[in-house]
Ligand binder design. Structure first.
Ligand code: FBP
Length: 555
């Protein structure tokens, strides 16, 4: 295999484990905490997960190993969108499994949940794993988004697991994938299969976090990559002084990615979906908010700027989210096929007009046709609107341009407004993991094996105290049902992991809100530069500003 000099050097990087996991299984014991409850809808979740609900949170501590000696055959899948560090979760899992018993086996099922359904796997060896250590991407076994929910699917997974003698399955994924993990764990327990299921918290979106899970892996590297690019664009804008750049960043519904990038780069504008929802802002109000900054800067001769738009923004504009909810119901079940079978956009437009309420149709009708069509693109298998396909960066640039024309005619705006659009998403999902993600992911995988060895099921691998050096990190597990509530998906009530949104009374948002007025009008850009893998720890091992602020630190 041809490898770059950086990749070759990264093979030699030794990820840092939490202090309590160093020394191997013989020195690791378990401290059992208090029983847990789901974050909401307790009765319903308890009823749906009678075998895995209410379990205790656990922490690993230094002490005598009390786990039963047993040969483990573990299956692992990568699930959902790529996130830097997935390969290290697998290498940490592999190293812990082999260090505990060299006869233990790790099978990697290919293409996400489909691998488990189709019994399509590879057996990992030292050589195989070594080629992927500390590298980005999910290409080691691929990924997929299939939802595991039907009896037929579960039966297939159990049959394939039994054929291979699996003792446990590890699902590396985001909120939807770990919802799969919880459901599969419950099925395995209810049917006395003896097969354990453990999840690992992945997603660049940063929305799989709560009081126990401080960060999902990949968020650190992806936001550093986007911030590097945004900083480069800011420098270009400040050099050429002729464009406003509208930059959409990935992150699905929550605006964690946008907020972190704003804290890193101090752009003129950064929209936060959660604030838009809280203030019930309309499309016109958001447009005016951006246009005010453009006007002030333009009238002062600064005809350039940078605006960060979170990809999920449209879901938070109340009139827009009402529209999306109506469209979701309109497309529920077989109605998607009916809609897709219509011959052309005119016929589809009439179908939509008939199906929407008058208020929602009014909002729909003012959107550019391109955006209208994007709202009807296929949902993902979990029923989510694919927000990465909606070009909100163009929507707002167009709406601001229209508003500025009016202001020019009224004589209040004297500047020029030229725009460029960008979407940063896929650029960051497979970057070489930062030192933080390399260490965190390896630790999550290593820790997942400890949970297996100690017989736990339906747990998420938990590594915490992440704003401190790795030596001081804590390791343990949290029942996945603790994070669950009931939400409406595909027109039905479903038990799902609750997404963590940006908290408007949280320190990251408060810091941003305290500085944004100045950033809007002045040019306060900061240029983070590329991720550094080698050099001083204060440059290379720093994690996100979000985590630093959440943990009471300063930035
Ligand atoms: P996960 O929630 O599975 O981690 O996916 C994250 C994500 O990158 C989102 O930010 C984005 O909206 C979506 O995946 C894009 O999906 P796809 O890779 O299918 O285009």
């Amino acid at each position: 295999m041809n490898v770059s000099p950086l990749q070759k050097a990264r093979y030699g990087y030794t990820p840092k484990l939490p202090g309590m996991l160093r020394g191997g299984i013989s020195e690791i014991s378990v401290k059992v905490g208090a029983p847990t409850q789901s974050v909401a809808d307790q009765d319903k979740i308890k009823e749906l997960f009678p075998n895995t609900y209410g379990k205790e949170e656990i922490t690993f501590v230094k002490g005598t190993n009390t786990s039963a000696a047993k040969k483990q055959v573990v299956g692992v899948i990568l699930s959902g969108g790529q996130a830097p560090g997935g390969h290290n979760v697998i290498s940490g899992l592999y190293d812990a499994l082999k260090a505990t018993n060299k006869d233990n086996v790790l099978l990697g099922f290919k293409g996400g949940p489909d691998g488990l359904l189709n019994n399509d796997y590879v057996e990992f060896t030292d050589k195989f794993i070594d080629d992927y250590r500390n590298t980005g991407g999910f290409d080691i076994i691929g990924s997929g988004r299939t939802k595991l929910e039907t009896e037929e699917q579960f039966k297939k997974v159990v049959a394939n697991a039994k054929v291979n003698g699996l003792t446990a399955i590890v699902i590396i994924g985001g909120d939807d994938s770990n919802t799969n993990a919880a459901t599969l764990a419950e099925y395995m327990a209810a049917n006395d299969t003896g097969i354990q299921v453990i999840g690992c918290p992945k997603t660049i979106d940063g929305d799989l976090k709560n009081e126990d899970i401080e960060a999902s892996f990949g968020f650190d590297t992806a936001t550093k990559t986007y911030s590097e690019l945004i900083g480069n664009i800011e420098r270009d804008a400040n050099s050429a002084k002729k464009y406003w750049h509208f930059i959409k960043v990935m992150g699905r519904s929550a605006s964690h990615v946008a907020l972190e990038c704003a804290l890193e780069t101090q752009p003129n504008i950064c929209l936060i979906g959660e604030e838009v929802a809280a203030k019930k802002m309309s499309l016109a109000q958001i447009t005016n908010y951006i246009a005010d900054a453009v006007e002030k800067r333009g009238n002062a001769g600064k005809n350039f700027g940078v605006a960060i738009i979170p990809e999920g923004i449209v879901e938070f504009v109340p009139e827009f989210s009402a529209l999306i909810a109506e469209i979701n119901e309109l497309l529920a079940g077989s109605k998607t096929d009916e809609f897709n079978a219509l011959p052309d956009w005119n016929a589809k437009y009439e179908f939509i007009k008939k199906g929407l309420t008058a208020d929602s149709f009014k909002v729909f009708d003012i959107l550019p046709q391109g955006i209208q069509q994007q709202l009807f693109l296929e949902r993902d298998p979990h029923g989510n609107v694919q927000v990465s396909l909606i070009e909100s960066e163009k929507l707002f640039a167009e709406m601001v341009a229209t508003e500025l024309k009016k202001r020019k005619a009224a004589g209040t705006y004297t500047g020029k407004f030229g725009t460029q659009h960008h979407f940063f998403g896929y650029e960051g999902r497979c970057a070489f993991p930062s030192n933080f993600d390399a260490d965190y992911c390896y630790s999550l995988g290593y820790n997942a094996f400890m949970l297996i060895q100690y017989g736990y099921t339906g747990y998420l691998s938990k590594v915490s105290n992440l704003s401190k050096p790795a030596e001081e990190w804590n390791a343990g597990g949290m029942p996945i049902t603790k994070m669950m509530n009931i939400e409406r998906r595909n027109g039905k009530d479903k038990p799902v992991i609750r997404k963590a949104l940006v908290e408007l009374d949280g320190e990251p948002f408060k810091y941003f809100a305290a500085h944004r007025e100045e950033w809007a009008v002045e040019t306060c850009f900061t240029y983070p530069g590329a991720i550094q893998y080698y050099g001083p720890a204060e440059v290379c091992d720093l994690t996100t500003r979000t985590l630093a602020l959440e943990k009471g630190g300063k930035i």
